[in-house]
Design a protein around this ligand. Sequence first.
Ligand SMILES: [Zn+2]
Length: 70
Amino acid sequence: MHMHPVTVFLEHSDGEDMPFQPPVECPICRETLALDRTLEEHLVGSHTPLEVARQLAARHESGGLRQVSE
Ligand SMILES: [Zn+2]
């Protein structure tokens, strides 16, 4: 009995065709965003440009070493 890849694919996608979207977590407040919201919307709506800039700067500066300070 032969199973064609096409057949497997069709069987697999039968039913729901929604792409899987993992929840997005805000890197600043660790809040899990609603699925219909983007991180950008959250950052603009919930954080000041200063907070966002600080987070980016901190990430950039600690990019090389991984120090666990928590
Ligand atoms: Zn946030």
